[in-house]
Design a protein around this ligand. Structure first.
Ligand SMILES: Cc1cc2nc3c(=O)[nH]c(=O)nc-3n(C[C@H](O)[C@H](O)[C@H](O)COP(=O)(O)OP(=O)(O)OC[C@H]3O[C@@H](n4cnc5c(N)ncnc54)[C@H](O)[C@@H]3O)c2cc1C
Length: 264
């Protein structure tokens, strides 16, 4: 996770401070990811993970309290059971419950994959749009180049391409953006993630895309600008050149209507 500390009193000062820090991160050639592999590194991260801060901070993409253990679990350097046992041994149930629930999501996706096999690569249920949708089977160039002009989308794409890890909340925003705003088939997005994510995994990835698409959940997931501002602590919108005409602006009701999605 990239740590960015925005300083300054005025909006301009804060934007300048952010721009200076992002300059080094996002300019030029992709930098090699700083992730290190192996079980000993996984165990070190598990030992330093503070589960007491998890529930309150996990949804924030900036200053998040997530464990970043997924690449280690994905590749078998750590098992789900040992991660669960370490936290459960150290803290009461009320403290670890949220984290253990998240581990359970992974176990659930795995069991669905075991039961359905490669069928998880196709729509499990019909999409739940209120009007017909024509899906594109190609990734738009601006997305492939992280140049959509929307800072919240492009910043995450840069992280995906250079670091191979992005926060869960950004994954949800991006999947919803590609599906509902750009009308790109979820398999295209899932392929992009599997190409770049260090934790790229057929079960968690394809079923999470289907959860966002609403083809494996009771309704599609979508978001609005207020959600991005809150959970990114405002770090994208302050420097977004499209902020004045943000496509994510509006209440959930208005956005659902605009996109032909069922009301929440
Ligand atoms: C569109 C989309 C695609 C995704 N693709 C992948 C993928 O390819 N591989 C992958 O491992 N995860 C995937 N996820 C799930 C989730 O984003 C990651 O597991 C999580 O961000 C990993 O970061 P972490 O280890 O810090 O998670 P933490 O919040 O610290 O959670 C601890 C562990 O619980 C499990 N976990 C947490 N959230 C989820 C979740 N929503 N679904 C399943 N397991 C979860 C992971 O094993 C994770 O390491 C995807 C989510 C979305 C919305």
């Amino acid at each position: 996770m990239i740590e960015i500390r925005v300083t300054g009193q005025t909006r301009e000062e804060r934007a300048r401070s952010l721009a200076q820090q992002l300059e080094g991160l996002y300019s030029g050639e992709p930098t090699p990811s700083s992730w290190r592999g192996g079980r000993s590194e996984g165990l070190r991260r598990l030992a330093t993970f503070d589960v007491r801060r998890y529930a309150d901070g996990r949804n924030y993409t900036q200053g998040s309290t997530v464990s970043q253990l997924s690449p280690y679990i994905r590749h078998g350097a750590l098992t789900l059971a040992e991660v669960r046992d370490v936290v459960v041994r150290q803290h009461p149930r009320s403290v670890v419950e949220k984290f253990v629930n998240e581990l359970a999501w992974r176990a659930f996706w795995r069991s669905v994959y075991a039961a359905k096999g490669t069928a998880i690569g196709r729509n499990i249920e019909l999409p739940k749009y209120t009007r017909p949708v024509r899906w594109s089977a190609t990734l738009p160039d601006d997305v492939a180049q992280a140049q959509t002009g929307l800072a919240c989308i492009d910043d995450g794409l840069h992280e995906l391409f250079t670091l191979g890890y992005v926060h869960n909340h950004w994954r949800m925003w991006f999947a919803a953006y590609l599906l509902h705003w750009r009308r790109v088939d979820w398999q295209v997005g899932a392929r992009l993630f599997e190409q770049h994510l260090l934790d790229g995994d057929p079960a968690s990835n394809r079923l999470s895309w289907q959860w966002v698409a609403g083809t494996f959940s009771h309704k599609p997931y979508y978001f609005n600008r207020a959600n991005v501002e809150r959970y990114s602590r405002g770090m994208h919108c302050v420097r977004c050149s499209a902020a004045a005409a943000c496509p994510f602006e509006g209440s959930y009701e208005v956005i659902a209507q605009r996109l032909g999605l069922p009301q929440a």
